[in-house]
Ligand binder design. Structure first.
Ligand SMILES: Cc1cc2nc3c(=O)[nH]c(=O)nc-3n(C[C@H](O)[C@H](O)[C@H](O)COP(=O)(O)OP(=O)(O)OC[C@H]3O[C@@H](n4cnc5c(N)ncnc54)[C@H](O)[C@@H]3O)c2cc1C
Length: 436
């Protein structure tokens, strides 16, 4: 049996590592487009600074995923308490909101949200992101934060996004299902009767989040698996309705009895016209420490600000920056047509101004900006995305998995859980994207 895995992100590497460790004698080859493994959980090391692709906090309640993670990381991890922020009405506020953090919100916003508690819109058939948020949080918070944030983040009006985008997004933002933030009432309850829920997440004790994938690669190679970096796959070959290999960018075909495809689904099925959002990541290194609150990441809804989220690496691990220095990661979501995707440097001035305006940097503090263009970071859940997905006909022996391969707005733990269940032989569901 020859298995080819396309993509060396968490899904592809977990599949490869587990298949090889089960000692079935199978030949496993992983093909990766980039010159490093890790996919969206990749890290960049520049002049003593460690940057991840935005923030990457690893948290799970799945005991199998938890023990797999500990097995791979062995003792190379630390545990950190989750701290998130949201920037509203010119100030940093804890997320989920606390009584203290809403105290300074403009009175009309507070008053209208209070009224929304008793008269949220009654939307019987919830189809869109807008329907979901308005029915859960009320019109006021929707208009005040969610609608603008979403338009900025996705480039699409909230009415045109599927309700799944809201459900997945709220879960992804909180990462701990004990923290209740899924409605206006639960936000208010959490403010008035705060329950001390401390979410601790894992982070590697050296390097960035990519350390996890590097350790997986070492095991794969030690077990005889092949890993080819800088190898772009452009399609699959099919004979008699079964997959027979993958076709590389250079036209060569690599034979395979089965293929796990974790690269974007749109490479194989462009006719679905499914789309992804790209993220331009600005890794900003700073001469000296900036005093800010201790959030790991903060959301910015204001449409005038170019970034939608900022991450502070030293709040993950102090030595992500050299002693006395600081850094910040800004995420700017866009599509491939945008001017700054083509030439990131044109937004440097605007980025610097916006970072100063929210107190994330001071004066002329920047040592360098390392720009990273990360394609296909988020699947776009248009209103008809499920119909488009269900139109796909998958040949035998091809398995669409992982975040990009199954068009699934997921987290690292979900990619690992999915891979573990595939290797354990649980019936493989091609429509895994429904399980959120
Ligand atoms: C900004 C950001 C922040 C995030 N924060 C968190 C967080 O805090 N916690 C968390 O749990 N999750 C987080 N995630 C999600 C997490 O990164 C993903 O769920 C996970 O990394 C997905 O792994 P994957 O292997 O399924 O997919 P991917 O990482 O997308 O892997 C697919 C791989 O296929 C490769 N590939 C693509 N095209 C080709 C081709 N043509 N040929 C060969 N190879 C190809 C890619 O380079 C990539 O390596 C975040 C994601 C983003 C974008």
């Amino acid at each position: 049996m020859k298995t080819v895995i396309v993509g060396a992100g968490l899904s592809g590497l977990t599949l490869a590592e587990r298949i090889l460790s089960s000692d079935t004698g199978e030949q496993v080859t992983v093909l990766e487009r980039e010159d490093a493994p890790g996919g969206l959980a990749r890290s960049f090391h520049v002049d003593g600074f460690d940057f991840d692709i935005g923030p990457h906090r690893f948290h799970t309640f799945n005991t199998e995923v938890d023990s797999y993670l500990r097995e791979i990381l062995a003792d190379c991890f630390i545990r950190i308490s989750r701290k998130s922020s949201v920037h509203m009405a010119g100030k940093y506020r804890n997320w989920p909101l606390t009584l203290a953090s809403v105290a300074g919100l403009p009175f009309p916003v507070l008053w209208k949200s209070f009224l929304d508690l008793f008269s949220k819109p009654d939307i019987p058939d919830i189809k869109s992101f807008a329907d979901f948020i308005r029915s859960r949080y009320g019109d006021n918070l929707y208009n005040f934060f969610f609608s603008g944030y979403t338009r900025k983040f996705t480039g699409i009006d909230a009415e045109k996004l599927h309700v799944d985008w809201a459900q997945a997004g709220v879960n992804r933002a909180v990462i701990d299902n004990r923290v209740k933030a899924d409605s206006l009432l639960s936000l208010v309850k959490g403010m008035l009767l705060p329950k001390p829920v401390e979410t601790k997440f894992y982070y590697p004790s050296h390097g960035g989040i990519q350390t996890f994938c590097n350790l997986q690669c070492e095991r794969i190679q030690a077990a005889g698996g092949e890993l080819h970096l800088s190898t772009r796959v452009k399609g699959i070959s099919v004979e008699n309705h079964s997959v027979s290999g993958v076709v590389l960018d250079n036209g060569k075909t690599v034979h395979a009895d089965r293929v796990f495809w974790t690269a974007p689904i749109t490479i194989l099925y462009p006719e679905t016209e499914l789309t992804f959002i790209n993220t331009l990541v600005a890794n900003v290194a700073l001469h000296s420490e900036v005093s800010r609150n201790d959030y790991q990441w903060c959301y910015f809804g204001h449409e005038d600000l170019i970034f939608s989220r900022l991450t502070i690496p030293r709040n993950f691990r102090a030595d992500c920056v050299p002693a006395g220095r600081d850094s910040v990661i800004a995420e700017i979501t866009c599509n491939s047509e945008s001017e700054f995707w083509k030439d990131p440097k044109i937004v440097r001035e605007r980025l610097t101004k916006d970072l100063k305006s929210v107190g994330a940097i001071k004066g002329d503090d920047i040592i360098f900006i390392d720009w990273q263009r990360i394609p296909e970071t988020y699947p776009v859940y248009s209103l008809d995305y499920k119909k488009r997905l269900s139109s796909i006909n998958v040949p035998q022996g091809l398995f669409l998995t992982g975040r990009s391969g199954s068009f699934w707005y997921n987290n690292m733990d979900h990619s690992i859980a999915q891979a573990l269940s595939i290797v354990q032989g649980s019936e493989f569901r091609q429509d895994f994207w429904n399980e959120r």
